[in-house]
Design a protein around this ligand. Sequence first.
Ligand SMILES: NC(=O)N[C@@H](O)C(=O)O
Ligand code: NI
Length: 180
Amino acid sequence: MKTTIIAKPLTKAAFAPYGSVIEPYDDQEKCPENSWDINRGFACRHNAISKVTHDGGEVGFSIFRTKRRDCPITLSVMEYHPFGTQAFFSMNGTDYIVVVAKAGDAPKSADDLEVFYAHSHQGVQYDANVWHHPLLALKADCDFLVIDRINGEGNNCHEFEIDDWEVCIDISAEQAKNQA
Ligand SMILES: NC(=O)N[C@@H](O)C(=O)O
Ligand code: NI
């Protein structure tokens, strides 16, 4: 039975159970402890939007040269990384889709998934152990800057196949915002 999931706006509050959204502090969050002028006033540092965690190994920058996904997007696998966070940033202006499920037991059905629409200026960081689908870049092949644990011991990528789940992702509402 096909399940349609409507992609939600990616906000820090909505994504908090899964990790963090990497974008500047908004007016409510912006306060002297969080952000201050630097570079003789030519920049404002929005400090510590998120933090990287890793168990063993090191933290490194990688680039995922990613092929676009054509709609309708079909989901194939969910995965999690037990030994650290994983952050993604679109390097050339491509929006992307984030599919997540709470850390813990593998998702049992599409009802356990949440789908967010990430505009190209938004980065995401998954907390360790959070289930997520591999990158889903929209409209164009895209390079993503990835910050995560590298050169560590143990298997840091556990997968769970969902290629037979008939999930349809509806991104129309969020894409309409790009046209507005
Ligand atoms: N497997 C791998 O390195 N990529 C995934 O972790 C992903 O989240 O894209
Ligand atoms: Ni991952």
